[in-house]
Design a protein around this ligand. Structure first.
Ligand SMILES: O=C(O)COP(=O)(O)O
Ligand SMILES: [Mg+2]
Length: 226
């Protein structure tokens, strides 16, 4: 490795997981050995990336809820209107929609800034109700996220970089879906894994050959060889 190891901004679902949604065990090996900041940047609620960072032995530098929650250097900030998202979700259910996570909703229980809906839901109805509440819907391939427009992982990455005293351009981003497009725009270099959706593929500097963590591992290996 010639240059300094670059800091990473990594999506979780579809990027650190395998095709069945489970965390690829190699993620532990690669990320524990990474000699620079690793930011987990996810659509999942705050506790998920915090727990994962904790058990990876990483500093808690986290972007959760698609940029709704940002934690760096022991400072947390929240962006996005959960109450408005909740009102939209309630209206969606009133009109016959189903949030779809069952009776204990672990997906939204700790969510502070948006609402996530199972992809089995009626997408057309969800999008029209969200629009009535001036909210947008992101489809990550894992959930529909009913969120405040302008709240994005990329804005979160800018905030993290500033807190850490780094240039956002120093970061290498890897992801798989439309909620990673803003991260790709902010980071200096960006890679979509082969399972990525069209939005992520178009926004990335490069689309790698491997899917899921195979693709991510190939990027990390090539960065380590630079
Ligand atoms: O929670 C989701 O829908 C997707 O999560 P991700 O951003 O880590 O892929
Ligand atoms: Mg993803």
């Amino acid at each position: 490795m010639t240059d300094e190891t670059p800091p990473l901004a990594l999506d979780i679902d579809g990027t650190l997981t395998d095709g069945t949604g489970r965390l690829d065990p190699r993620a532990f090996e690669y990320l524990q050995a990474w000699d620079a900041t690793v930011v987990l940047a996810t659509g999942k609620a705050f506790p998920y990336p915090v727990s994962l960072s904790h058990y990876l032995g990483l500093e808690l530098t986290v972007i959760a809820e698609n940029g709704g929650v940002v934690l760096a250097d022991d400072t947390v900030s929240y962006q996005g209107d959960r109450e408005r998202a909740q009102a939209a979700a309630d209206a969606f259910v009133e009109r016959g929609g189903d949030i779809g996570w069952g009776s204990f909703d672990a997906i939204n229980e700790w969510r502070r800034t948006e609402i996530a809906v199972n992809r089995s839901a009626d997408e057309e109805l969800l999008r029209s109700v969200a629009a009535e509440f001036d909210l947008e819907v992101f489809d990550t391939g894992y959930a529909y996220h009913v969120k405040t427009p302008g709240v994005e992982k990329g804005t979160g990455l800018r905030a993290v970089a500033e807190t850490l005293g780094r240039d956002p351009d120093d970061f290498v981003a890897i992801g798989d879906s439309e909620n990673d497009v803003s991260t790709f725009d902010v980071a200096g270099r960006s890679f979509a894994v082969a399972n990525a959706d069209a939005a992520a593929r178009d926004a990335a500097d490069a689309v790698v050959e491997g899917s899921y963590f195979d693709g991510t591992a190939s990027v990390l290996e090539s960065l380590a060889d630079e």
